[in-house]
Design a binder for this molecule. Structure first.
Ligand SMILES: NC(=O)c1ccc[n+]([C@@H]2O[C@H](COP(=O)([O-])OP(=O)(O)OC[C@H]3O[C@@H](n4cnc5c(N)ncnc54)[C@H](OP(=O)(O)O)[C@@H]3O)[C@@H](O)[C@H]2O)c1
Length: 252
């Protein structure tokens, strides 16, 4: 199987790259930072894992087109797996978000995955068993402080996941999403350095701990593989129970 995973040099994306590769997929990834990408590629190569990569900012239309050109020629016009993983966040109250910040979040989180899916469609169809997995967030299900716009972009991803499941079923393409709560990655390092904040996070997480990237990548791999061949249009939370937690005091 051939796979494109966006944002594979750190965090959840890196775990997905390594998980899919471990299952025998031929994986291509991308990131903006060229030297970090090259270091990852060298490390994987030293471990005997063949992964390729392109420098690409998924918020740029030109970069997305170039990335998909690379992938089409590398994989001979067939792509089995597209993992639309890149996403970002700007934590601010609604009224403080600027026009530029709005535009950056929309293009990085939503426009990118919309266009990447469009670009990948002929190659996924050509594989005769295509699978798209989006990285959504629990912010698309419940309200999180200072995450109004980020939550809206992930909500849009959830509806895209469902629509593509129906629209592209005839093309042999499945579409699913994973929706994490706090996973220990560089994106949330800073906010998780605040011990009091982490205490509050754990209080609303029934499993009482943060998640690891490989607890997301294992689900992504399942959704990409024939084992999930009758699953499409689903958004699955990987959240230690956070999104179903109404009122369950820890010591109640
Ligand atoms: N971590 C969490 O708690 C959490 C919770 C819910 C949802 N999520 C979602 O999970 C996904 C991955 O997050 P993460 O926590 O693993 O992030 P991360 O640790 O910051 O890693 C992000 C990866 O994506 C790349 N990247 C970022 N912006 C990019 C861009 N514009 N174009 C191309 N590559 C880009 C980064 O490399 P470069 O910086 O070199 O580009 C890096 O490889 C996101 O969609 C996020 O919204 C995360």
């Amino acid at each position: 199987m051939t796979a494109l995973v966006t944002g594979g040099t750190r965090g959840i994306g890196r775990a997905i790259v390594e998980e899919l590769s471990g299952h025998g997929a031929i994986v291509h990834t991308c990131a903006r930072n060229e030297s970090e990408l090259n270091t990852c590629l060298e490390n994987w190569s030293d471990e005997g894992i063949k992964i390729t990569g392109s420098v690409c900012d998924v918020s740029s239309r030109h970069d997305r087109e170039k990335l998909m050109d690379d992938v089409a020629s590398l994989f001979g016009g067939k792509l089995h797996i597209l993992v639309n993983n890149v996403g970002t966040n700007i934590r601010k109250p609604m009224v403080q978000l600027t026009v530029e910040e709005f535009s950056m979040l929309m293009s990085t989180n939503f426009e990118s995955v919309f266009h990447m899916s469009q670009l990948a469609h002929p190659f996924l169809k050509a594989s005769k068993a295509g699978s798209i997995v989006f990285t959504s967030s629990v912010s698309a299900f419940v309200s999180l402080k200072s995450m109004t716009l980020q939550g809206a972009t992930k909500g849009a991803i959830n509806q895209l996941t469902k629509n593509l499941a129906c629209e592209w079923a005839k093309d042999g393409i499945r579409s699913n999403a994973v929706a994490p709560w706090y996973i220990k990655t560089s994106m949330v390092e800073q906010v998780l350095s605040n011990k009091e904040y982490v205490e509050e996070v754990l209080l609303c997480t029934p499993l009482g701990r943060l998640g690891d990237p490989n607890e997301v990548s294992s689900l992504v791999a399942f959704l990409c593989m024939p084992a999930s061949s009758y699953i499409t249009g689903q958004i699955i939370c990987v959240d230690g129970g956070m999104s179903v937690n109404g009122f369950y005091p820890r010591n109640g």
